[in-house]
Design a protein around this ligand. Structure first.
Ligand SMILES: NC(=O)c1ccc[n+]([C@@H]2O[C@H](COP(=O)([O-])OP(=O)(O)OC[C@H]3O[C@@H](n4cnc5c(N)ncnc54)[C@H](O)[C@@H]3O)[C@@H](O)[C@H]2O)c1
Length: 324
């Protein structure tokens, strides 16, 4: 099989490419932006380039001409789109980056598929943040408002993709990820921020007094969900709707303070915790309802928080200074 993965130097893209390139040809695109340390992205790419089934191109998806020239004569068994501007807090001030890298970038990819028939299967990263403060909802829940422009950009991508896939008849799947963590994780997200602080004996800020709940989801479970949705044959039975949405997360959630305690236990250290009030746009309670994925994709997460945190800590201890 031949796949295109966008955002391949990112956290989820890297892990998916690592898995798929064992048995398939994988083309990866990333613009290696500086939202967080480029060194980390380059380190992930270095790992991927060890595999001869992996080909990398540095391309900005919001640059229509470059993207078109690169993709117009290529065909893929699936395109998995994981490039994006993530981050809720960053979106409070940097809205344009979400327009360019989420809405415009996804529009350009959809245009490539509609115009050049680049694939019949498009799978892309959406987010639990589209639910706002509503927790444990299924995918058909009518979402009235989002709490950040990040979430709105993700919702807009879903609406746009549903329209394209139904009009131009290619199968598309939105995967609403819930707080993903694990080796080679994102340094802007709480799991690695906590881990780094505890390891380096630094203070930890816990918003909402540490009582916010998160469906922490281990990266290997997320990769398995993505692969299952690439191979999802249910579309063949449903000819009227070419767009599907699945929640992808651990259906057991955990408070941020308990997640911190798990890290402390693994590193055999305690940390100085500073309890703060909740920040604007931070969701207090997320819980993944994955009934649909269990029913249709026949999949559920296998890695408990206890095991996942252990794996992340073991990796961190042996990781390079770029992550520490
Ligand atoms: N990690 C999570 O917990 C989480 C949760 C919910 C949703 N998501 C979504 O999952 C997807 C993957 O997230 P991630 O955690 O791997 O993020 P990431 O930031 O680690 O990876 C995204 C990659 O996309 C690249 N990129 C950004 N804009 C680009 C552009 N215009 N052209 C080319 N490349 C570009 C970045 O350089 C980066 O390497 C995103 O859509 C994100 O919004 C992630």
């Amino acid at each position: 099989m031949k796949y295109l993965i966008t955002g391949v130097a990112g956290f989820i893209g890297y892990h998916l490419a690592n898995n798929l390139s064992k048995k398939n040809l994988v083309y990866g695109i990333d613009n290696l932006n500086g939202y967080y340390s480029k060194k980390i992205k380059i380190e992930r790419l270095k790992e991927l380039k060890k595999n001869k089934n992996f080909k990398f191109s540095k391309i900005n998806l919001s640059n229509w001409k470059k993207l078109k020239n690169f993709l117009k004569n290529k065909k893929f068994d699936a395109i998995i789109h994981l490039a994006a501007q993530p981050g809720v807090q960053y979106s409070l001030k940097n809205r344009r980056s979400y327009f360019d890298n989420n809405i415009k970038a996804q529009f350009n990819l959809l245009e490539i598929i509609a115009k050049f028939d680049a694939t019949k299967k498009f799978i892309y990263g959406s987010s639990s943040s589209v639910y706002g403060e509503k927790s444990n909802k299924n995918e058909t829940f009518n979402i009235e408002k989002q709490e950040s422009f990040y979430a709105t950009s993700k919702k807009m991508c879903e609406v746009m993709t549903k329209n394209y896939s139904n009009l131009y008849k290619f199968k598309s799947t939105a995967l609403r990820f819930f707080t993903v963590y694990g080796p080679y994780g994102r340094p802007d997200m709480s799991p690695l921020i906590f881990l780094k602080s505890i390891y380096n004996n630094k203070k930890i800020n816990l918003y909402n007094n540490g009582s916010s709940l998160r469906s922490y989801t281990y990266i290997d479970d997320v990769v398995n969900f993505i692969i299952k949705s690439i191979n999802n044959n249910l579309f063949l039975r449903d000819k009227k709707n070419y767009h599907k949405i699945y929640n992808v997360g651990n259906n057991k959630n955990l408070s941020t303070i308990n997640f911190v305690k798990l890290i402390e236990r693994n590193l055999n250290k305690t940390s100085k915790i500073i309890k703060l009030k909740n920040r604007k746009a931070d969701i207090k309670n997320t819980k993944a309802n994955i009934d649909l994925a269990i029913k249709e994709l026949k999949i559920k997460p296998k890695i408990s928080a206890k095991l996942g945190v252990k794996k992340m800590c073991d990796w961190f201890i042996s990781s390079s200074s770029n992550f520490k």
